[in-house]
Write a protein that binds this ligand. Structure first.
Ligand SMILES: [Zn+2]
Length: 665
C-alpha cells in the first residue's frame, strides 16, 4: 500500500486531461500537494492509503477553476457607477476614485473580499492586474490560493507610482521579492497600449523576459482603441505591441474583442494567451470577441471575470455560462462553443492561456492538487443523465451556480469546506469592506455636487484664470464698419485673428454652480506665399477647451460691467460626448459664431475687441465685445473708464449695449 497525504474518494471526477476522462466513481490521491494518482475508485482502493480520506460521494470533482483576468481590489468599487461607456466609467469614475483611495490598506481589504468571493465560486487560480500588487501577494499567500499578479504600469501617474520609470522599478522590486513563491507568480502589467508609450511597452517586455515572468496586458478591448491605434501608429494594438517585441514575453492578453485575421495569427504565432471576459464586454458594450475563431486558429483562450467593478461579480460559473451563450448568439450557430469547450476554457485552456498548464488546469498525476468540488443536490442539478460526459459538462456550464461549490483545495490544502472559507476570516473581511465603502460613497456624493470637483477629477492640471474682468457688449448693425473704425483710429492693433467658434454650454438647474463650456475654436492661420490659389494660404487649427465659468458677481460702472467670477480652463482632451455623459447637464445650448479678434494697446493696456457674428442662433446684427482683465477693484474702475472711452472712439451708442453671455441671449 502506498501512503499518501489525502484521498478524495467516490466523486465523479472530471479530469480535463487530453482524453477528457470522466470517472463516475473516481478518486484523487494527493501527496506533497500534488496529484499522485487520479482514476476510477477500483484502481485506488487497496493500492493507496491516507489518514485523511474525504468521502466525496455525490460530488463532482473538477480541476480548480481558473479566472484568467481580474482586478481583485476593485471589489470595493463594485456597483459604484454602472451603465456608463468605458471611457466615462474608467476616466470619470474609477480612476479619480482610485487616485483618492487606492492605498495598501484598500488593496489588502478589497483583495480579501475578492478571494472569499472567488473561493465560493470554485476559483483556485486567478490572473490579476492592479496597484500595490505586493499587498495582493501577501493576501494570496495567507489565503493559500494561486495567482499571477501583475503590477500595473501606466504612462501617467498611478496610485502607486508617479511615473512609469517608478512603476517599472516598483515592478522589478515586486518580482524579486515574490519570484520564488510556490503559488504567487509575479508579473509585469503594462495596462494597455493606449495608456503606454512605446518606451514603456518595450521596457516592460524586457523586464518580463529578463525575469522570466509573465506579462499581462489589455489588448483591443474596444473598437475605438483599435481605430485610434490605426490612426496614430498605422497598426492594430496587437500588431503594434508585437512590433515592439512585447510578445517575446509570456503574454496574457485580456479581451482581444476587436481582432482581425492578422491579429489572430500574431497571437497564435507568439503563443499569446487570451482572457475572454464576456460579462465585462457585454456590460461595457465593448463588443463580442471572436472566441470560436481564435480557438479554431490555435489560440489558447481562457475566461476571466474582469474586475468586480465592471462585471459586477467574480463568479466564473456565470462567466463560462455566458461565454457559451455569447458565442452562439454571436455566430448564429447553436453548436458554437459547446459546454465541454467552454468548461475547458475555465480549466485547462485557461491554464494554457496563463502559461501554467504544466502545474494546473487538469487532474493528472504530477500536477498540483487544485480541485473544486460541486454538490449535485440542488433542484436545478436534478436529474443528471448518464448518457455520456456531455451531460456533466452541460450541468457545469448551463446549470451549476457558484452556490453549488462545496469544497476547494489548492496544493492539496483545503481552503473551502462546506462553503466556509478556512483561511479567510470572512466576518472581519465583510466588516472592513463595508467601512471603506462608506468613505468612498461620501467622496463621490460630495464630488457629484460640485462642478469644480468633477472637473478637477478628470483634468487635474486645470488652470484657474481671471478672477475679475471688465466687459461690455453691444449690438452693431454693421461689423465691417466697426472694423474700418478700428483700423482708421489711432488705436494700436497688436494682433488680429479670425476664428469660428462652436460652443456647447452645459447648463444646470443649480445656477450657483456656474456652467461648463466646451469650445471648438477654429483659428484661421495664414501662410503667406504658400500658393497663389485662393484659400490655399489658409489653415484651420482647431483647439478644444473646457471651461467652468463660475457664477458671476456683476457690478455696473458707468456703461461697463465689472464681472467677478472664477474661470477654470482645461484643454478638452476628450470628446464632447464624453463630457456630456460625464457632467450630465440639465440643459444644453449651442452657440456658433465667427469671431474677429483684435488685440489693441490703449493707454498701455491690452484690450481684446471681439467682433462676433452669430450663426447659431442666427442673429441679424453683429456684436462687439470689449474685454480687459484686472486684478483689483481700483484697477477695475480705472479700466472700466478706459472701456467707455473706447466705446466713444468707436462711436457705439449707449442704447446698443447688451448684458450677459451669448448663451443667455
Ligand atoms: Zn481588465
Amino acid at each position: 500500500m502506498e501512503k499518501a497525504d489525502k484521498i478524495l474518494a467516490h466523486g465523479i471526477v472530471v479530469a480535463m486531461d487530453d482524453q477528457r476522462h470522466v470517472w463516475r466513481d473516481g478518486g484523487i490521491v494527493i501527496k506533497d500537494g500534488a496529484i499522485e494518482f487520479v482514476g476510477p475508485w477500483d484502481q485506488i482502493e487497496g493500492k493507496f492509503s491516507a489518514d485523511d480520506v474525504c468521502d466525496c460521494t455525490g460530488l463532482l470533482l473538477t480541476p480548480g477553476i481558473v479566472n484568467a483576468h481580474t482586478h481583485v481590489p476593485m471589489s470595493l468599487l463594485r456597483g459604484l457607477s454602472d451603465d456608463l461607456r468605458l471611457d466615462v466609467w474608467l476616466l470619470g469614475y474609477m480612476m479619480p476614485v482610485e487616485r483618492a483611495f487606492v492605498k495598501p490598506d484598500f488593496v489588502r481589504k478589497g483583495t480579501l473580499l475578492s478571494l472569499a468571493e472567488m473561493l465560493l465560486s470554485g476559483i483556485t487560480t486567478f490572473c490579476d492586474m492592479y496597484y500595490f500588487e505586493e499587498e495582493i501577494a501577501k493576501a494570496v499567500d495567507e489565503a493559500g490560493m494561486r495567482a499571477i499578479l501583475g503590477e500595473t504600469i501606466l504612462k501617467f501617474p498611478s496610485p502607486d507610482a508617479n511615473s512609469y520609470d517608478e512603476g517599472l522599478d516598483r515592478t522589478e522590486k515586486f518580482i524579486s521579492e515574490w519570484k520564488d513563491h510556490p503559488r504567487v507568480i509575479p508579473a509585469v502589467a503594462p495596462h494597455a497600449p493606449y495608456t503606454a508609450t512605446d518606451d514603456l511597452l518595450t521596457r516592460a517586455a524586457e523586464l518580463a523576459i529578463d525575469q522570466g515572468v509573465p506579462l499581462h496586458i489589455h489588448l483591443s478591448e474596444t473598437a475605438q482603441e483599435v481605430r485610434e491605434s490605426f490612426k496614430e501608429f498605422g497598426l492594430s494594438p496587437i500588431a503594434r505591441v508585437n512590433k515592439l517585441g512585447v510578445f517575446k514575453a509570456k503574454t496574457i492578453a485580456a479581451h482581444c474583442v476587436h481582432v482581425d485575421r492578422e491579429d489572430i495569427q500574431i497571437l497564435r504565432e507568439n503563443n499569446v494567451g487570451v482572457a475572454h471576459n464576456p460579462s465585462s464586454n457585454m456590460k461595457l458594450a465593448s463588443g463580442m470577441a471572436p472566441v470560436q475563431q481564435m480557438i479554431r486558429n490555435g489560440v489558447h483562450v481562457g475566461i476571466g471575470t474582469d474586475g468586480p467593478a465592471s462585471n459586477n461579480n467574480q463568479n466564473m460559473l456565470e462567466e463560462l455560462h455566458l461565454a457559451s451563450l455569447l458565442a452562439k448568439a454571436h455566430t448564429g450557430d447553436p453548436t458554437a462553443l459547446p459546454a465541454e469547450e467552454s468548461f475547458a476554457m475555465a480549466t485547462i485552456e485557461g491554464a494554457r492561456a496563463l502559461h501554467l498548464d504544466h502545474l494546473i488546469g487538469s487532474l493528472e498525476p504530477g500536477k498540483r492538487a487544485d480541485i473544486t468540488a460541486f454538490s449535485l443536490d440542488a433542484p436545478h442539478l436534478i436529474p443528471l443523465f448518464d448518457l455520456g460526459p456531455q451531460n456533466i459538462y452541460s450541468h457545469l456550464v448551463y446549470t451549476a451556480q457558484a452556490s453549488d461549490v462545496k469544497h476547494v483545495w489548492v496544493d492539496g490544502k483545503q481552503l473551502l469546506k462546506d462553503r466556509q472559507p478556512l483561511t479567510i476570516d470572512y466576518g472581519e473581511v465583510a466588516r472592513d469592506a463595508k467601512k471603506i465603502a462608506v468613505s468612498i460613497g461620501d467622496f463621490v456624493i460630495h464630488r457629484e455636487r460640485s462642478l469644480l470637483d468633477k472637473l478637477l477629477a478628470i483634468a487635474p492640471g486645470v488652470e484657474q484664470r481671471e478672477t475679475f474682468e471688465i466687459q461690455v457688449k453691444a449690438r452693431v448693425p454693421d461689423l465691417s464698419e466697426i472694423e474700418r473704425r478700428i483700423q482708421s483710429s489711432e488705436l494700436k492693433v497688436l494682433r488680429r485673428s479670425v476664428r469660428q467658434q462652436f460652443d456647447t454650454y452645459f447648463l444646470f438647474k443649480d445656477g450657483n454652480q456656474g456652467f461648463i463650456r466646451y469650445r471648438e475654436d477654429n483659428v484661421l492661420v495664414h501662410h503667406k506665399g504658400r500658393s497663389n490659389l485662393p484659400g490655399a494660404d489658409l489653415d484651420v487649427k482647431p483647439q478644444y477647451t473646457l471651461t467652468l465659468l463660475g457664477p458671476t458677481v456683476e457690478r455696473e460702472y458707468a456703461n461697463s460691467v465689472i464681472l467677478r467670477r472664477s474661470r477654470f480652463v482645461a484643454p478638452a482632451t476628450h470628446s464632447l460626448r464624453f463630457y456630456r455623459e460625464y457632467f450630465r447637464p440639465d440643459r444644453e445650448k449651442e452657440v456658433v459664431k465667427w469671431r474677429t479678434r483684435y488685440h489693441i494697446d490703449y493707454e498701455g493696456e491690452d484690450f481684446a475687441i471681439n467682433l462676433d457674428k452669430l450663426t447659431k442662433p442666427a442673429v441679424e446684427e453683429g456684436f462687439i465685445e470689449i474685454k480687459v482683465r484686472t486684478w483689483s477693484k481700483a484697477d477695475a474702475e480705472r479700466k472700466a473708464g478706459l472701456v467707455n472711452e473706447l466705446l466713444t472712439k468707436l462711436d457705439i451708442p449707449a442704447e446698443a449695449l447688451v448684458k450677459g453671455e451669448y448663451v443667455g441671449l
